[in-house]
Design a protein around this ligand. Structure first.
Ligand code: ASP
Ligand code: MG
Length: 417
């Protein structure tokens, strides 16, 4: 008998018909003799609708109350799904995050899970129940309700799978799996059969929305076997695991892009020790995440810095920087946000020189100039103008042989060592 965690996103349970389809799928897995825990998100756009509703009454609501409000979305889904399963003649019980033993740190709107006490789940399994857990929510030691950040239900699923030592955590979504790039942008984007945790983590961080980065991180650290698959088809999906096999001759696994990019430049900064620590310390203290940082050479004792960050944080970051002007004298701060970050990811690039050069050449051939670059062992990211993004992604997809890569895998994971 296997223990399976199945996670269904908001669009998979967005209508009564979809809810019924999901219920059937869960029942099939239960009837096959598995113990099944299910994690669901709020139906359709419920979370966004609740946010809109709150704004009508308070544009800047207390984070605690926001968490109280938003967690209701998932509570609706779990109750309705459990009822649907009962109607189909099977036993199910719905649990809130706290009933399922999910404890978090005392931070509202983006709490991290600190631990899971799964006793209740096992009690329900023993009673023959399918257990339906509300995603995206938990509770602090003091009994306050928290949420895990937008898209946090993936993390709930993976964390539960780790806590109950599930055989697999299946993430059901509205696409067939993880693709070489966004199929809405490049028609010949291909579904990947396998991808490694590290590659998936990069892709998720770099803008591939199919899995939440924190969930992938959690899966990697706890060695949770993840499968991403469609809730509408029986196709096999993509497995995310420690080592994935590369297709013949392919060094880049996927291309991601992120449109939520702004750049801030601080010009004429006096080159004294502690400048970076002061600026980025102040940004961090204000909860602002910074991505790529570039410093120009020093001239006449002054340097320029640029860094990228999420567009939503741009205004706040500019005012934080102005507030440290006394400690960090500078001439000017400027910002722009008509930018995107496009990235190539693949474990194979470690041992293949020239991968970045191919990227730069492909981008320059369509007349686009690269404003910033950052690299890691398995990725290269370029900041470029927001247009023409589609052409850039298409060109890269072709340049790395992803349009035509053979579907045949060479060898097993052990062959790569
Ligand atoms: N309902 C939450 C959101 O929309 C959590 C999730 O979907 O995973 O962000
Ligand atoms: Mg959602």
């Amino acid at each position: 008998m296997s223990l399976i965690v199945m996670k269904f996103g908001g669009s998979s349970v967005g209508t009564p018909e979809r809810m019924q389809r999901v219920a059937k799928r869960i029942i099939e897995s239960h009837k096959a003799g598995n113990r099944v825990a299910v994690v669901v998100s709020a139906m359709g756009d419920t979370t966004d609708d609740l946010i809109d509703q709150s704004k009508l009454l308070n544009p800047n609501p207390p984070a605690r109350e926001m968490d109280m409000l938003l967690t209701t979305g998932e509570q609706i889904s779990v109750a309705l799904l459990a009822m649907t399963i009962h109607q189909m003649g099977h036993q199910a019980v719905s649990l809130t995050g706290w009933q399922a033993g999910i404890r978090t740190e005392a931070v509202h709107s983006k709490a991290k899970i600190t631990d899971i006490r799964p006793d209740r789940l096992f009690k329900e399994f023993d009673a023959g129940n399918i257990v339906i857990v509300a995603g995206f929510q938990g509770m602090t030691e003091d009994g306050d309700i928290t949420t895990l950040g937008r898209g946090g239900s993936d993390t709930t699923a993976v964390a539960l799978a780790a806590a109950v030592k599930a055989d697999v955590c299946e993430i059901y979504t509205d696409v067939d799996g993880v693709y070489s790039t966004d199929p809405r942008v490049v028609k010949c984007a291909r579904k990947l059969n396998e991808i490694s945790y590290d590659e998936m983590l990069e892709l998720a961080h770099l803008g591939a929305a199919v899995l939440h980065p924190r969930a992938v991180e959690y899966a990697k650290h706890n060695n949770v076997k993840l499968v991403v698959r469609s809730s509408f088809t029986q196709n096999e999906g993509t497995s995310v695991k420690e080592e994935a096999v590369m297709e013949q001759g392919v060094v880049v696994r996927g291309i991601a892009f992120d449109k939520n990019v702004a750049r801030i430049s601080i010009l004429g900064v006096q080159d004294v020790p502690g400048v970076l620590a002061n600026v980025f310390g102040a940004l961090a203290n204000n909860g602002i995440d910074v991505d790529i940082i570039v410093q120009s050479g020093v001239q006449d004792g002054k340097a320029d810095f640029s860094f990228t960050l999420s567009r939503d944080d741009k205004e706040k970051a500019v005012s934080v920087i102005k507030s440290v002007r006394e400690q960090v004298p500078f001439e000017e701060v400027t910002s722009e946000d008509n930018l995107v970050k496009v990235s190539i990811v693949g474990a194979g690039m470690v041992s293949n020189p020239g991968v970045a050069a191919t990227m730069f050449a492909a981008i320059s051939e369509i007349g686009v100039s690269i404003k910033m670059v950052s690299t890691s062992e398995i990725k290269v990211s370029c900041i470029i103008a927001a247009e023409p993004l589609q052409d850039v992604v298409r060109a890269l997809h072709t340049a790395y042989g992803l349009d035509t890569a053979e579907q045949v895998f060479v060898g097993g994971p052990q062959d790569r060592r």
